[in-house]
Write a protein that binds this ligand. Structure first.
Ligand SMILES: *Cc1c(COP(=O)(O)O)cnc(C)c1O
Length: 369
């Protein structure tokens, strides 16, 4: 790998392949795999990731919004794409791009049927989402008769899948709650199977779900974070490979005296002669202020260098006292020697928020051998 010459997020497709194979090995071979690539592929490079997932044999992709699905279609991705949270105002765009909506309330169900009828669709594939305890999106169990009536009342759409989402699949303390969700989902699905006379595919597991409850994989799993290399717990993290490494370089080195300060609000004060480095990455790139003032650090030539003072919009400063380095040297923010989960913890957050927050200003570079 050539050394970074500016701030870059390297995306390792070999790691993606490793994670995909590992996650698939957790469930029965017949279980389909829906790869969740919302939010730019969890902040990576959605087109690069999606193309690789097509090559690897993923069965479905999932995004949050219609615009994200259109980006994939424009890039030539032909796999079925579930739109998890479509908005009714762009249902026409959704259909024109062969995207498949999650329908989760009477309002969106009715609106979608109206659009599908208007566009003269027949058996347009849709995905019905049931709320089994997360209380975010989804029909409740008491609405199943209504759902059935709408489905039976039109030829314009057909349920391709029924699904639900687990609230705490990574949390063993919530095992009973999770099992209740799985049970409720099964009950809803069986009732609708009977009444509709056909069987859409079922899916409820996200990454932690398929790892902790592989017996509840049903017909398909929906995995996001695992593909990007995070398992929500140390043991699983060790089996997955984070695909992203965020790198930057040293722009300038300063030697300051005891009593001098660094950065805005003079938030860092040197207690002794100190060598500092300024890096071209800041909170506008997704390294938020919560990582500043010594809470997190970066890796310079193999050594840990704490972030000092307040993180600025485009820059941050680190303490490199005692570290052999020069201007232009590569710096690793996370990835490789510094696991992103550890970095995120220092900012009181989780890997999901850290990686999806790396802004679009940061150049993405795909690596694969
Ligand atoms: C984001 C999302 C997923 C993926 O979850 P991971 O924990 O990243 O595997 C699955 N299903 C739904 C409904 C989601 O919103």
């Amino acid at each position: 790998m050539p050394k970074a010459r500016e701030t870059v997020l390297e995306i390792d497709l070999n790691a993606l392949e490793h994670n995909y194979r590992y996650l698939r090995s957790k469930v029965d071979q017949s279980v389909k795999f829906m790869a969740v690539v919302k939010a730019y592929g969890y902040g990576s490079d959605v087109v690069g990731i999606a193309k690789k997932l097509v090559d690897l044999g993923a069965d479905y992709l999932a995004v949050a919004y219609t615009s994200e699905g259109i980006t994939l279609r424009k890039a030539g991705i032909e796999l079925p794409i579930l739109v998890l949270h479509p908005q009714s105002y762009n249902f026409e765009d959704l259909i024109e791009n062969c995207l498949e909506p999650s329908l989760y309330s009477e309002y969106v169900l009715r609106e979608f049927i109206a659009t599908a009828e208007k566009l003269k669709q027949k058996n347009y594939p849709v995905h019905l989402k049931f709320n089994t305890g997360l209380n975010r999106l989804g029909f409740s169990e008491t609405e199943t008769d209504m759902v059935r009536d709408y489905l039976k009342g039109t030829e314009s759409i057909k349920a391709a899948t029924f699904f639900s989402h687990l609230a705490a699949s990574e949390d063993w303390k919530e095992r009973e709650f999770t099992l209740m969700q799985i049970h409720t989902f099964k009950r809803i699905a069986l009732k609708l199977f009977d009444e509709l006379g056909y069987r859409p595919l079922l899916h409820i597991c996200n990454t932690s779900g398929l790892i902790n409850y592989p017996e509840a994989a049903f017909d398909m799993v929906r995995s996001g974070i695992g593909l990007y290399g995070f398992g929500n717990e140390a043991l699983e993290d060790s089996k997955l490979k984070p695909i992203g490494t965020l790198k930057t370089i040293i722009s300038q080195i300063h030697k300051i005296e005891k009593g001098e300060t660094v950065g805005y609000n003079r938030a860092f004060k040197a207690m002794k002669p100190t060598k500092t480095a300024t890096l071209p990455i800041g909170h506008a790139d997704g390294i938020n202020r919560q990582y500043g003032n010594g809470r997190a650090g970066v890796i310079v030539n193999g050594s840990y260098a704490p972030i000092i003072g307040n993180v600025c919009m485009d820059m941050l400063m680190i303490d490199i006292t005692g570290i052999d380095c020069e201007e232009g040297d590569e710096v690793i923010i996370f990835g490789g020697p510094q696991h992103a989960t550890k970095f995120a913890e220092k900012g009181n957050t989780i890997s999901y928020e850290l990686i999806t927050g790396i802004s679009q200003r940061v150049k993405r570079v795909i690596v694969e051998n």
